[in-house]
Design a protein around this ligand. Structure first.
Ligand code: GCV
Length: 865
């Protein structure tokens, strides 16, 4: 069944995903009819590289979508699409045009207009960049088959700052990047060919992104050296036509490291002069340079603390160097001590950002933005909103989100993050229990209104600077797009980038609506495709949370290593402060004011009151705020421990359901992306089971409380590898123990290969399950093996001497040993088995990978798709 998926061909053309949502495929004849009156001439009321890009894009998009010739004609006064700024458009035939008052800076107006008796479309912006955004919006509408015959729509971005960060290193690697190497750098230099960088800027512009910080916040000072800056300027050149401003992460010790000074004390005049000169030098080469991003006094980076100075001292010295050029400093609030004393019940990493930055409110210059991660820890699968958003009234803010899925499955798991972001952005920091009174569905015709009242301090209004009338603020997302054709690895990961841009533009859009747009643009307009894609996506975050981080324990991953597979104890008893303090009776961090670390007191009163009490803390964050017994009954009516078991089984089952749903799309989207998503979902299904078993087994052993449904610790159809008849294979301990079934795996140290054999007995559970499945015919054999990056072992499976499958363990999971990161499942479908059959697995090791095996499951197969 699995193989068939790869072999069957489809009528829909193969696609790599490189065009993302800018594919502009020819519309169906039916949809095309909606645009019979679409003007075919494009005129511009003024000239600039950005307007040129806008016009070329419109020609490229419309001519492909409508399969008609679309051409530039600046003289066209009617039956044209007219591009221009508010100022330039009112010429000639349009001199009497009444432009709506409410077009903000970077806002645009799309207007159907009868001109000289013929239909025209006006795309009017406050400036050239806004016109470009209007063009992309019109193209999106046509791509999705929307009616554009009576346009009269003003759109303005919610916030001025809508940036992305890349954590690219000069050597071409990307910290927490999961889609190949850098599109900017290679072996110490800027890439010679910047085609992908230019394409990236176009993609970003199409969703309203106006800035990109191109290098890792763990910054290499080399980028600022005068012989290197001209290389950076080449990247800025390819960004410019798309209105994407380039900025750089800087290391605060640069004046000392590359400047030859004996200090980097931000209050030393020599240091201030050095930064001034550096900024001047940069602006000579890059006149539209965006500014600097700073990570300091954090995770080993030096900072103002070295001189007992504050983040405000450090931020302002940079800000003053940039101010006259219009540059901005993004100073990250991700400042914390990673050598905390875990024995101290009052120690709490979550407190750090507020404790450090709240007292400095009002001390930052106007061109400084404090860039705040959405939660107080670090991009976990679930965290509360950072209290710092409501803790600064005289300081600019930006929310930092993570498109790159560092803690949410690293683009191997499908996790659509917009529902999480919506919860954060719609959070009322004044009173989270109040329901939002504004529409979350798209703005109908005019503009996106937002509540700006002081009573409703939504995170989205705070970061946009609307509550306290701040001059700038907004959104930053760490994206880490790479050189892989489809930018982010998993085709669905692009939904996160798309959603990020759309929500930064208009945070009142719903996550589902954004996903539906993305599905139409990325795959097909077919309603079945749109519904299936968005149903899977909309459930995926909750599903991931279900099997990786229950009730506010964040993500129970290996926090000192890969941040990928399960490793529950890695969070405990070390200085990193991601403790969940699990013991045999209970679990959770007490962060209350009364008995805990006092973190709760950082929220505004109504929110603090809610989190202070176990009774009023929502279930999904209970263990973030409180330490409770496993037997405590949740609002849901379940005990904590039963919730652990149930949510993990539900999570793994939900992924299996995703696989089934995705399969219904066969033939409805192109084969290449269909197969790619299926392959990844099938892997995710196996890995969700690894997570499920690790967490359930761990808490079963720790708590000693059985799963009321009898599932945890009980695997009736499973044969452990170490219990098979081994030839050459030897049992090995897996660490941590919960990351392998039965705590053991087997490895082969013989380069000629080893084998593990067992007899298929059927058994009551198998037979019972078979009886329940009406269309039962054959079995599926699931082989749980280990795929490391340091080798490509080969496996073969035989049933009573007949080979039924073979494969190579040649993927690149973040693991060089057997364990939860490398544990992988091979599903062999449609195998006829009879009790007494010998199942033999042969493994041939390669390099440092020893053809590791964990277990085999044999399950009756249904005829489900
Ligand atoms: C760039 C987490 C990540 C680091 C990252 C850091 C940050 O700790 O694991 O890779 O460093 O956040 O945001 O600065």
């Amino acid at each position: 069944m699995l193989l068939c998926v790869f072999l069957c061909s489809s009528a829909v053309k193969a696609e790599t995903g490189r065009e993302a949502w800018l594919r502009y495929p020819p519309l169906s004849a039916e949809l095309k009819r909606r645009y019979t009156n679409m003007p075919e001439r494009i005129s511009m009321s003024s000239q600039s590289p950005v307007l040129e890009a806008a016009r070329s894009e419109l020609i490229r998009g419309l001519s492909s979508l409508l399969a008609r010739k679309i051409y530039p004609d600046d003289k066209a006064a009617s039956r044209a699409i007219v591009l221009g700024t508010v100022e330039s458009i009112k010429k000639g035939a349009l001199s009497d045009l009444r432009v709506p008052q409410q077009i903000d800076e970077y806002g645009f107006w799309l207007k159907s207009h009868r001109l000289l008796g013929a239909q025209s479309i006006l795309i009017v912006g406050q400036n050239d960049l806004a016109v470009l955004y209007g063009v992309f919006d019109l193209l999106s509408k046509v791509s999705r088959g929307e009616d554009v015959s009576a346009l009269n729509e003003v759109q303005s971005p919610s916030a001025k700052i809508r940036w992305v960060d890349q954590w690219d290193n000069l050597d071409g690697s990307i910290e927490r990047g999961y889609a190949g190497r850098s599109i900017f750098f290679d072996v110490g230099n800027v890439q010679r060919d910047l085609t992908r960088a230019a394409e990236y800027a176009r993609l970003l512009a199409s969703i309203g992104i106006n800035g990109c910080n191109i290098n890792n916040v763990n910054a290499n000072p080399r980028l600022l050296e005068n012989d290197f800056l001209p290389q950076i300027a080449r990247i800025a050149d390819v960004f410019r036509p798309w209105g994407v401003r380039l900025s750089l992460s800087v290391d605060l010790s640069s004046p000392k490291i590359i400047g030859g000074l004996d200090t980097f004390d931000p209050l030393d005049p020599k240091v201030a002069a050095w930064w001034h000169e550096k900024a001047d030098e940069i602006y000579k080469l890059i006149p539209d340079f965006g500014g600097f991003t700073v990570k300091a006094d954090s995770e080993g980076r030096v900072g103002p603390a070295s001189y007992r100075r504050t983040p405000a001292d450090a931020a302002n010295v940079l800000a003053r160097a940039l101010a006259s050029h219009g540059g901005i400093v993004f100073y990250r609030a991700f400042v914390y001590d990673h050598h905390l004393d875990w024995r101290d019940p009052k120690a709490d990493r979550a407190r750090a950002a507020y404790d450090i930055f709240h007292p400095l409110d009002g001390k930052f210059d106007d061109n400084v933005i404090i860039q705040i991660k959405h939660g107080p820890i670090d991009f976990q699968a679930r965290e509360p909103v950072s209290p710092l958003f409501s803790g600064m009234e005289k300081t600019n803010e930006a929310i930092e989100l993570q498109v790159t899925q560092e803690y949410t499955g690293q683009q191997r798991h499908l996790v659509y993050l917009a529902p999480m972001w919506k919860e954060l952005l719609d959070f009322d920091t004044n009173d989270a229990k109040q329901k939002e009174g504004i529409a979350t569905e798209p703005q109908s015709a005019r503009r996106n209104e937002e509540s700006e009242s002081d009573e409703r301090r939504y995170v989205k209004s705070l970061v946009a600077g609307k509550i306290f009338r701040r001059p700038i603020g907004g959104y930053v997302a760490v994206v880490n797009a790479g050189i892989e054709e489809n930018w982010l690895g998993h085709p669905f990961a692009m939904a996160n980038l798309y959603a990020y841009g759309r929500l930064a533009w208009n945070p009142n859009l719903s996550a589902r609506r954004v996903c539906q747009e993305w599905a139409r643009l990325t795959f097909e307009n077919d309603p079945i495709v749109v519904r299936t894609v968005s149903d899977i996506a909309m459930n995926s975050w909750r599903t991931y949370e279900n099997y990786t981080g229950f009730l506010g324990t964040q993500t129970l991953t290996d926090i000192t290593g890969s941040h990928y597979g399960p490793n529950i104890e890695s969070s405990e008893e070390n200085g990193w402060g991601q403790w969940h303090r699990a013991d045999h009776e209970g679990i959770g961090m007490d962060r209350s004011m009364e008995t805990g670390t006092g973190y709760v007191g950082q929220y505004r009163p109504a929110v603090a009151k809610m989190y202070e009490s176990v009774a009023t803390t929502p279930d999904e964050l209970l263990l973030f705020f409180h330490h409770v017994l496993y037997t405590r009954v949740l609002h849901s009516g379940k005990t904590v421990i039963q919730h652990v078991y149930d949510s993990h089984y539900e999570g793994a089952d939900e992924v299996a359901e995703f696989v089934r749903e995705w399969r219904t799309l066969k033939g409805k989207i192109d084969e290449q992306r269909y197969a790619e998503v299926l392959r990844r979902l099938q892997y995710q299904q196996g890995h969700a089971t690894v997570w499920r078993d690790a967490i359930c087994n761990y808490f079963l052993r720790l708590s000693g409380i059985a799963d009321a449904k009898g599932r945890s610790g009980n695997f009736p159809n499973r044969t452990e590898a170490e219990s098979m008849r081994l030839t050459g294979y030897v049992p090995v301990d897996v660490k941590p123990w919960e990351n392998a079934s039965g705590s053991n795996a087997i490895e082969c140290r013989d380069s000629n290969g080893c084998s593990a054999t067992f007899q298929f007995v059927g058994g009551p559970e198998v037979n019972e399950a078979a009886a329940e499945l009406p269309h039962f015919k054959k079995y599926e054999i699931d082989v749980e093996y280990f795929d490391q990056y340091n080798g490509a072992s080969r496996f073969r499976v035989f049933v009573s001497g007949r080979k039924v499958d073979e494969w190579a363990a040649d993927d690149h999971f973040p693991a060089n040993k057997v364990g939860g990161d490398s544990s992988t499942r091979r599903r062999i479908c449609g195998v006829e088995l009879r009790p007494g059959d010998q199942i033999r697995i042969e493994g041939i090791p390669d390099g440092e990978e020893h053809a590791g095996l964990d277990y085999v499951e044999t399950l009756p197969e249904s005829d489900d798709p």
